[in-house]
Design a protein around this ligand. Sequence first.
Ligand SMILES: NC(=O)c1ccc[n+]([C@@H]2O[C@H](COP(=O)([O-])OP(=O)(O)OC[C@H]3O[C@@H](n4cnc5c(N)ncnc54)[C@H](OP(=O)(O)O)[C@@H]3O)[C@@H](O)[C@H]2O)c1
Length: 289
Amino acid sequence: MDERIAVVTGATSGIGREIAAGLAGRGYRVGIVGRNPVRAEAAAADLAGRAPGARVDTFLADLSSRADVRDLAARLRDRYRRLDVLVNNAGVHTLRAKVSADGFDRMIATNHLGPFLLTNLLRDLLVASAPSRVVMVASEAHRNAGRLDVDRLAEPGSYGALGSLRVYARSKLLNILFTQEMAERLQGTGVTINAVCPGMVATDLTREVPGAGRFGPLAARTPLLRTPEQGARMALRLATEPEFAGSSGGFYSSTPGARLLPASAASKDRELRRAVWERSAHLAGLPAR
Ligand SMILES: NC(=O)c1ccc[n+]([C@@H]2O[C@H](COP(=O)([O-])OP(=O)(O)OC[C@H]3O[C@@H](n4cnc5c(N)ncnc54)[C@H](OP(=O)(O)O)[C@@H]3O)[C@@H](O)[C@H]2O)c1
């Protein structure tokens, strides 16, 4: 059988690094994506040490940049003849608004437009490799998104610490709406896509939050926060376990108690997700259909 290939974005730290380690340990050749060469090489060395014999390749790309994502997709297609698993995990929570190279809000560009474009550009390879799986690392935070203004989806603006929570939440709602719409468009291809919330995990995600450096390590010793390895578990199950082979379009939360909550209204709105798809395709420079 051909070597199985997995690509994990944001695998230089936190949850993504543990997802990549889990896939390497399960025999996948893993392509890890990050922005920083030093961090990417350190992560690759760590993974190779933890899964002896594993093949790990590094790819540098800033997912908030359309040009970088296009270049990344081309390099992945050059390097790999198949793609069995794509985990769109990279994400940021910036406390102050920043603008991406293409003029978009950088948090929305990184967390939503980047994975939207990357998955679409790799769609043919995933279909040719079917059965194959895509996993989107979303969040229960999507429940705090408020009203989504589709026409101004990625418009840069200003926000402070509190406003940043809303924008982060919107980016995670966009992950879920993308998952649902993509699942529908992939029906019958043998490619599945599901979203996951890893729970609250002690990582670098909140590095900009005042006090996180001091209180984060303390909280990490309590049951409040999970370790990155625990945070990676559900994504790994969705990516690899036979139990999920035929499931697509779902949102699987590993936040304790969250399964008892009803789905958010926005995540049940079919018109909203269609509109989000069309607007995102326009912003990402893809045809709408
Ligand atoms: N931690 C939590 O409690 C929690 C809860 C729910 C959901 N999540 C989600 O889990 C995912 C992983 O977050 P984490 O907590 O593991 O955070 P993290 O430790 O900060 O890891 C984020 C990863 O994303 C990469 N990244 C960030 N911006 C990027 C860009 N523009 N281009 C390419 N790569 C980029 C980073 O790589 P470099 O900085 O090395 O380039 C890093 O590898 C995110 O999608 C986050 O929204 C986390």
